[in-house]
Design a protein around this ligand. Structure first.
Ligand code: NAP
Length: 234
């Protein structure tokens, strides 16, 4: 039986992934917004701020024998590197990289025991290509790729796959905020995307569903760029 946990499931991409995976097994969700989480109709939910108290979610993972972990929760920060404080540098890495690594560390013992596991991280094309004035976001997402490749090797013999989906621009709260904060208009950004469109949360959710399926058991250690063509040529 699949025991699936989706982080950052209260809205945006994580919400769509949770809705898509609901029929695949026992669904567990987490985030900070209780009302939003309780409306998903999951088997259970956990209120947790993963930047400050990830241990709460770590214990929830162990308690529910999670064997499919989707590390989706994330935050964005815009600004020149010389304007960033130590608190901002730490917070974004805690949320986007340290918490996912910690949550994986709590899920892996059960996955190893069962000789089955699926780990999906939601990275970003910014971590693949780099994004000016989003260096901390880019470095935290690039870190997920290092984690993905190393863990894919480390966990391969246990039938545990580890992959990262790297979306391009997606119209969510985070996506719209990042466009607003940037020096470009929405039209200018669209013009830079080869397919001239934003990626939808639904496309990411369907890829996540495929990656947890038996058909995808040979796919591990990969960064899959779902970005409407943004990364072509790198
Ligand atoms: N939108 C894009 O253009 C884009 C592009 C590439 C990658 N991504 C990545 O996709 C993922 C989802 O982003 P989104 O666009 O769906 O953003 P979103 O709509 O802003 O949703 C972010 C989710 O993460 C949760 N979250 C953030 N910080 C948290 C914390 N400290 N503790 C617990 N939960 C936290 C939020 O929970 P609450 O609302 O409950 O607080 C929310 O559920 C992120 O990792 C993001 O970096 C997004």
């Amino acid at each position: 039986m699949l025991n699936i946990l989706v982080t950052g499931a209260s809205k945006g991409i994580g919400r769509k992934i949770a809705e898509e995976l609901k029929t695949c097994g026992n669904l567990f969700v987490t985030g900070r917004n209780k009302d939003a989480l309780s409306s998903i109709g999951a088997k259970d939910y956990c209120i947790c701020d993963i930047a400050n108290t990830p241990e709460i979610l770590g214990d929830f993972i162990v308690k529910n024998n999670i064997n499919v972990l989707v590390n989706n929760a994330g935050e964005y920060i815009y600004g020149a590197i010389d304007k960033m404080t130590i608190e901002e540098i730490q917070k974004i890495h805690k949320t986007n990289l340290i918490a996912p690594a910690y949550l994986i560390s709590r899920a892996v013992p059960y996955m190893k025991e069962q000789k089955f596991g699926r780990i999906i991280n939601i990275g970003s094309i910014s971590g693949v290509m780099g994004e000016a004035n989003a260096s901390l976001y880019s470095s935290s997402k690039a870190g997920l790729m290092g984690l993905t490749k190393a863990l894919a090797l480390e966990l391969a013999e246990f039938n545990i796959t580890v992959n990262t989906i790297n979306p391009g621009w997606v119209e969510t709260n985070l996506g719209n905020d990042s466009i607003e904060q940037s020096e470009f208009t929405k039209e200018e950004i669209l013009d830079c995307i080869p397919q001239k469109r934003f990626v939808t949360p639904d496309e990411i959710a369907k890829l996540a569903k495929y990656l947890i399926s038996d058909d995808a058991r040979g796919i591990t250690g990969q960064g899959i760029n779902l970005c409407a063509g943004l990364s072509v040529g790198i």
